[in-house]
Unconditional design. Structure first.
Length: 474
């Protein structure tokens, strides 16, 4: 009984995480990842097996996620396995946030008894809110790197709080090779290390990632012949998309008030009126949240906002994923703290009554939130998955049915490549218009629009799906 009471919070959190994990697994079972970039990452990973010396293969992306995909592919996994890795990262992040909040509050015990009772359950409430946050469902079931990045940032903060500086340095170095948002965290940790008693030891937290970033930039310069080519290319790509889709002339919500797009609009679109609970928890977060968590999350939120206002990215909602831990913690505080204050006053300071009231309130709010927002978002995402890439799925099925042993597949479609689950070495990524009969062996397959392969004569059609045809060399 004592053991159950001691670990009751962790057991409750594990049950919530298990439920959220089940919803993510349901999304994977419903259909493919609707985000096309995940397929491009996997295609790059397949190319890395042969072209690892050419860093231009990574395009504007940092290398770590493609390397993760490469490891998974080398173990025989495909896009589904990559998505399962994200599921594991999302589950681990909820526990990591609970650890961060617990350790941070333990270092600064509350003086008011009622606040101490609220903060006793805060770590588990924050972890549960994080697991149930609707946007974490999609990020945690995606072949994109957001769930992994979120976990690395939380791992950095957790290790920093425990003064395990080597662990924090490793986590932040990995994050800096995964997403550019981690780069500005180096001066943030530099500033925090100057306030540490062990400045020499804590310096590794920002110095090691700095070396990793410098090494990547230098190697990229050697491979491309241009300093920071990826930044120029990214600006050109973003500018091209803005022109192509006419962002500047369309009445888009994210352009109407760009400064509040990430701080307010994106979380509101996810949780709607429940965001007021997070607003109620903001004063507690500013005053009592673990300092490293507040500083890191605040810096990241400021960064993605400034980058969006400067029109240096596309304002994607998934960029918000890394700061969900802050909003989840505020939401938990917005329930626990006011209820503890009222219960403590009504019960004249009885700790057992105060804690019981907080737990009951958190359970009721959590159940309502899960039904109104988490489950509703899961149903919406299932519909997206079921409708995603229907033509490409049928083409992939035709390839699996007709590709004999050793047959190559000629296609430049990254989505089809990812959905086949074939080994990457089987693909030849030429444009269809460049193909000639002499390039193909007997049994080779070509996936292309029929008009793009009119020059091929020794081919027989085996399937036609939408605008794509699958042809086999006689």
């Amino acid at each position: 009984m004592r053991v159950a009471r001691r670990y009751a919070g962790w057991i409750a959190l594990a049950l919530v995480v298990a439920g959220a994990t089940g919803l993510r697994l349901g999304l994977i079972a419903a259909g493919p990842d609707p985000d096309i970039d995940g397929y491009a990452h996997l295609q790059i990973a397949h190319r890395l097996a042969r072209e690892w010396r050419d860093l231009r293969v990574h395009w504007v992306w940092l290398p770590l996620w493609q390397l993760v995909d490469l490891v998974i592919a080398s173990l025989g996994g495909g896009l589904r396995a990559v998505r399962l890795f994200s599921v594991a990262c999302a589950a681990a992040s909820s526990f990591a946030l609970a650890v961060v909040v617990r350790d941070g509050l333990a270092a600064r015990p509350a003086k008011a008894p009622w606040l101490a009772e609220a903060e006793a359950v805060m770590p588990f409430a924050a972890g549960a809110a994080h697991a149930l946050w609707p946007q974490n469902l999609s990020a945690g079931a995606s072949a994109e790197p957001e769930a992994f990045f979120q976990l690395l940032v939380l791992a950095t903060v957790a290790a920093w709080q425990r003064q395990r500086y080597a662990g924090a340095a490793v986590a932040l170095s990995l994050a800096a090779l995964l997403r550019y948002e981690a780069w500005p965290l180096l001066p943030v940790f530099l500033a925090m290390s100057l306030r540490e008693e062990r400045r020499a030891r804590s310096a590794v937290v920002w110095f090691a990632p700095g070396v990793a970033v410098a090494a990547w930039v230098a190697l990229h310069r050697v491979s491309t012949g241009e300093w920071c080519w990826f930044l120029r290319e990214n600006r050109a790509y973003v500018a091209g998309v803005w022109r192509e889709f006419g962002f500047a002339t369309r009445p888009l919500e994210k352009l109407a008030h760009p400064w509040v797009w990430y701080p307010y609009t994106v979380p509101f679109l996810s949780v709607r009126a429940w965001l007021w609970l997070a607003a109620a928890g903001l004063p507690w977060f500013v005053a009592r949240a673990p300092r490293a968590l507040a500083v890191v999350m605040g810096s990241l939120l400021a960064l993605i906002t400034v980058v969006w206002v400067a029109r240096s990215n596309l304002g994607l909602e998934r960029h918000f994923t890394v700061v969900i831990p802050a909003y989840a913690t505020m939401l938990a505080a917005g329930v626990a703290v006011p209820v503890a204050a009222l219960a403590g006053r009504a019960s004249r300071g009885r700790a057992d009554v105060t804690r019981a009231a907080v737990i009951v309130a958190l359970v009721l709010v959590g159940a309502g939130f899960a039904k109104a927002r988490t489950r509703k978002r899961a149903m919406l995402l299932r519909g997206h998955a079921e409708a995603a890439f229907v033509v490409e799925r049928r083409v992939a099925a035709a390839l699996r049915a007709h590709a004999g042993p050793g047959a190559r597949v000629f296609t430049s479609d990254a989505t089809v490549e990812g959905l086949t689950d074939f080994d990457g070495s089987r693909f030849v990524r030429w444009k269809a218009r460049d193909l000639r009969d002499v390039h193909l062996r007997a049994g080779d397959l070509v996936v292309a629009a029929p008009g793009d392969v009119a020059q091929l004569h020794a081919m027989e059609p085996v399937a036609r799906e939408g605008a794509l045809a699958v042809l086999r060399r006689r």
